[in-house]
Each structure stands twice: as structure tokens, then as C-alpha cells.
Write a protein that binds this ligand. Sequence first.
Ligand code: SF4
Length: 180
Amino acid sequence: MFVPKYRKRMIFGHLRRQIGAMLRELWVQHDIELVEGHAGGFTDEIGAIVPGGAASGILPPTALDAPLTRYGLRGYGAGPGSAALQVFPGSYSPLRLLAETMRFFAEESCQKCTPCRIGNRALHHLCEELVRGEAAMPREKIDEWLLAMEKTSICGLGQASPFPVRNAMRWWPELFEPLD
Ligand code: SF4
């Protein structure tokens, strides 16, 4: 089986140098090496990263130490996705990041199947309510929605959109305390 040695990468966000062009990097290179080697390092404290597109995951800064591979990010419950690394400052709440991510999925849904059509809207609403310190639904209901979306959505958008929700609940559990 052919295994690619290189992959194109793009980095943007909270960086000293913005890298708009695609970079050709070693497939196994760590995110931190890309950031420090090509983007000049960070401008401030890092709050969260998105390793490769909206559905790839929302992860804590420690994930920058992981190899940029499916296996390297598996322990974080994420994947390399499109390889477009986004770096967010500590001043930007992971909950706001998640809310905007779910807004994106709700708007991108083609509305064909119910789990994706309703689920992404519901999860976006959930995040906006959490920002206000309120719980739009109990945690068990959220778990039901996440599972239904993963298992019964027709295409990858609905199947993958629960990933960043699961990541945020895992890495920033304090943001979800209103659900308890
Ligand atoms: S999962 Fe795919 S097919 Fe179903 S509504 Fe979402 S985008 Fe459309």
C-alpha cells in the first residue's frame, strides 16, 4: 500500500508570521515544529488548536506536541483532517470556538437527513446557551444526539460534526458544568 511521506500544510491564527501558502512538510512532523519553524512561534498564550478543519477536533495546546498523523492524534480523539492548522489565543474561549464551529455545521448542512439538520442546530443552540451559563438540554440528551448524528447521518458532515463537541467536553469539562 502506498503511504505518502509528505503532506501539504497550512497554518494560520495566533502566530508571528501568517503562512498563507501551503507548506510541504514531513508527514510525521509535529505541529509545534511547524509553528516555530515556519510561522515564527506564537504571539501569546495559546488557548486551543484545530488541527485540520472544523471536524478535525478542538484540542488543548498540548496537542501541538503530537505527531501530525491519524495515529498521533488518535489519543486526543481527533485527526489531521485537511491539515490546515488553526491556532487560537487563550483570550478566545474554547466554548465560543465550539459555538462558531457548530454554527458552521448547521449552515453547511444540506438539510437532507434529520440527525444532521436538527442536531447541528440544536448543538449550536446548546453552545450559545452555555456561553450565557444556561443549559438548553440535559447531558444525556446531548449524548443521544451525538450518537444519533454519528451513526445515522448520511454523509461525513453529520457523522463528523459531533467530534469537536466531544473534544470540548473532554478537554474543558468546566465549560459544561451548567449541564450537570
Ligand atoms: S449528513 Fe450530509 S446528507 Fe445529511 S443533512 Fe448533513 S450534509 Fe446533508
